[in-house]
Write a protein that binds this ligand. Structure first.
Ligand SMILES: NC(=O)c1ccc[n+]([C@@H]2O[C@H](COP(=O)([O-])OP(=O)(O)OC[C@H]3O[C@@H](n4cnc5c(N)ncnc54)[C@H](O)[C@@H]3O)[C@@H](O)[C@H]2O)c1
Ligand SMILES: N[C@H](C(=O)O)[C@H](O)COP(=O)(O)O
Length: 338
């Protein structure tokens, strides 16, 4: 298999489960055949997680990310981020550590864009704590798009072995959804999704299914008109462009097993419509991947889980799945030259 550069893993919210999951993932590196990764963080955050959880693994401070592969066999590699020395309390998210969280993401993107890292894998952030510190982006997805440069349109996709979903609108109030859902938005996001499924997931003829916004996909315009005015014209245009698209489908009946067999990805007008089925079908196997970026980014599908942070009981499955997906994507891009 081709060799890839190391994966850059961000620390996420230090008071959440991110630090202990990094320890656990390294601990299970051999069983899961994980590609070498390093964590971008002040090392004391991982030392504290070791003390608190009892996950007793060796750490090694790198002077350069290129040392990751050699170090990875015997210790978890750590690349330093400037410390604010703010105290960290497991189970409490704090704006005082926002600079660490943001620097870790920014540095991971720099390393990946320069080719020193093959992918960014992000640990969960506590959005409210970052907002309190002045962070202006709804989440990673939008922040990464800004770091990627003007004109980047990021597409959030969550995937597990049973389902792939894309929310067409992301972190906005439900009342805003009908205002932001346009034919142009649907068209653009469907094209980005189809291209990414071809390039990174080996699905050469992707089948897209679009969920309606209203109950029963509007019941022919009697329960809402957005299907008629926005969604059906967008789907017609996408078919004219050569894409395999069905919809708008009633959202309540498109996620059972036989229905899921009809498509490769479901695109849904709003966040919860897309994320509830995927997280319900397989929470611990889910990965959040951002399509449309000029670099690879994946993430576990769960959040900071403050209620269990520091106890050593958080499951690393989703982080491991995210690390594996990032590595698979990087290998595929090398082998196909894509
Ligand atoms: N990629 C990200 O950065 C990301 C993703 C989702 C949520 N979040 C943020 O996380 C914060 C908390 O969100 P939430 O409470 O809705 O969701 P959550 O995923 O943090 O927690 C939901 C439930 O699942 C459990 N859980 C989560 N991960 C687990 C794991 N690895 N092992 C065992 N149990 C686990 C938690 O204990 C909790 O009971 C919010 O600020 C949210 O915005 C961030
Ligand atoms: N919407 C995602 C979820 O609920 O899993 C999550 O908040 C992550 O968003 P970012 O990757 O943009 O931070």
């Amino acid at each position: 298999m081709s060799k890839i550069a190391p994966i850059a893993l961000t620390i996420g919210e230090p008071g959440g489960i991110g630090p202990e999951l990094a320890l656990r993932a390294w601990q299970r590196r051999t069983d899961n055949a994980l590609s070498p990764f390093c964590v971008l963080t002040p090392i004391r955050i991982l030392k504290q997680a070791i003390d608190q959880t009892g996950i007793d693994i060796p750490l090694v401070r790198l002077s350069d990310i290129s040392e990751t592969a050699t170090a990875f066999t015997s210790a978890l590699p750590v690349l330093d981020i400037e410390d604010t020395n703010a105290s960290i309390i497991p189970g409490t998210a704090s704006p005082a550590t926002a600079n660490i969280v943001i620097d870790s993401i920014t540095r991971a993107v720099e390393l990946t864009r320069s080719g020193a890292a093959s992918a960014v894998v992000t640990s969960p952030i506590q959005k409210s704590a970052l907002y309190a510190a002045g962070f202006k982006h709804p989440g990673h997805t939008e922040f990464l798009a800004e770091l990627a440069g003007a004109g980047t349109i990021p597409v959030m996709m969550l995937a597990n072995a049973k389902l792939r979903v894309v929310p067409l609108t992301i972190h906005i109030a439900l009342a805003e959804v009908p205002k932001q859902l346009t034919s142009a938005l649907i068209g653009t996001l469907c094209h980005i999704t189809a291209k990414a499924l071809q390039r990174d997931f080996g699905i050469m003829h992707p089948r897209l299914a679009i969920a309606g916004l209203n109950p029963h996909a509007g019941e022919d315009g009697t329960m809402g008109i957005e299907e008629q005015t926005i969604m059906i014209p967008a789907i017609k245009k996408l078919r004219d462009d050569g894409l395999d698209v069905i919809g708008p489908l009633p959202a309540d009946t498109m996620f059972h097993e036989e229905a899921r067999a009809q498509y490769d990805v479901a695109l849904c007008p709003y966040h919860d419509q897309a994320l509830i089925p995927v997280k319900t079908l397989d929470f611990h196997g889910g990965v959040n991947v951002t399509l449309g970026l000029p670099f690879i980014r994946t993430s576990p599908d769960h959040g900071t889980a403050l209620n269990i942070a520091g106890k050593g009981i958080a499951r690393p499955d989703s982080l491991i799945a995210a690390l594996k997906m990032a590595s698979d994507m990087a290998h595929k891009r090398i082998s196909t030259g894509a």
